[in-house]
Design a protein around this ligand. Structure first.
Ligand SMILES: C[S@@+](CC[C@H](N)C(=O)[O-])C[C@H]1O[C@@H](n2cnc3c(N)ncnc32)[C@H](O)[C@@H]1O
Length: 267
């Protein structure tokens, strides 16, 4: 994995031409993806419906590729990276974990195996990738861990209980999300986060102009996301130790803000 490039604007015409000249063999695939995405977008102007359709098409071709892994080996390695990081930060079997955008359980199957039965809850906007997630549960023989896998329409999280989850995890989800979707999640996530719990999410970071490519990949400045968390009374910090890992995205950790922690201490 090359070092993160946080200055380039991938939507800029100059970048696209230079990239095409450097990688001519990738051009036909990109063109066909762009045409497919344009077709899906014009039929589904709502972002979630559009991205659900992208996932449907990608999952039919290959569920591992649909979550961004070019091979089973990469799928296993990326899941292990997420898992090792969270365990290194204190994820314990008795914790209750919500995975937002769980995909086909690339990391999820390891969480399910690590946690007590019934303590894993995965949500995703794509029913098709959740069917593939069920296949992963079978393949990894994790039926007795009774994971919950639930399709969602949005990230209001309104059907989940207050102060329930010790750890909330979203890997490579906000990198595919426009800002209003991220804001919806940050506005609501504090309600379901247990006292002392944390919410980690990755994002595609830019230090230049914020931009998106094909409405599939979104690039944000760290400050934008930290400010959004702050708007909803959450504390958020950039995770420097994640930067040391061979991964193209960055990570932010969100916890309850000081106002919430002091009010929950009151008798
Ligand atoms: C790149 S995949 C990553 C899957 C998983 N987190 C992993 O690391 O393997 C992104 C996943 O997030 C889901 N997703 C995208 N936007 C979402 C949203 N707003 N709410 C819930 N899931 C979402 C997609 O359907 C897809 O399964």
């Amino acid at each position: 994995m090359p070092a993160k490039n946080v200055t380039v604007n991938r939507a800029a015409l100059g970048h696209r031409i230079a990239y095409a000249l450097r990688h001519p063999r990738r051009v036909p695939r990109h063109m066909s993806r762009a045409a497919r995405d344009a077709w899906l977008r014009c039929r589904r102007p709502d972002h979630i419906a559009y991205y659900r359709a992208v996932m449907r098409s990608d999952t039919r071709a290959d569920p591992d590729a649909a979550v961004g892994s070019s091979s089973r080996e990469r799928w296993l390695a990326l899941g292990a990276m997420q898992f090792d990081y969270l365990v290194g930060h204190g994820l314990r079997p008795e914790h209750r974990l919500l995975e937002i955008g769980c995909g086909n359980l690339r990391a999820g199957w390891r969480f399910i195996r690590h946690l007590e039965a019934g303590h894993y809850y995965g949500i995703d906007i794509s029913p098709d990738i959740l069917f593939a997630a069920q296949d992963t549960v079978v393949e990894m023989e994790l039926q007795k861990r009774l994971p919950t896998l639930t399709p969602v329409r949005d990230l209001t999280l309104r059907f989940l209980p207050d102060a329930h989850f010790d750890v909330i995890h979203a890997h490579s989800v906000f990198s595919h999300s426009p800002l209003p979707v991220i804001e919806e999640c940050l506005a609501e996530v504090g309600r379901i986060l247990a006292p002392g719990g944390w919410f980690d999410f990755t994002f595609d970071r830019t230090e230049g102009e914020e931009h998106q490519v094909l409405r599939e990949d979104f690039y944000y400045r760290t400050g934008t996301l930290l400010a959004l968390a702050d708007k909803y009374g959450l504390a958020a910090r950039f995770m420097d130790d994640w930067e040391e890992l061979p991964h193209g995205q960055s990570k932010i950790r969100v916890t309850h803000g000081p106002a919430h922690e002091s009010s929950s201490e009151r008798p």
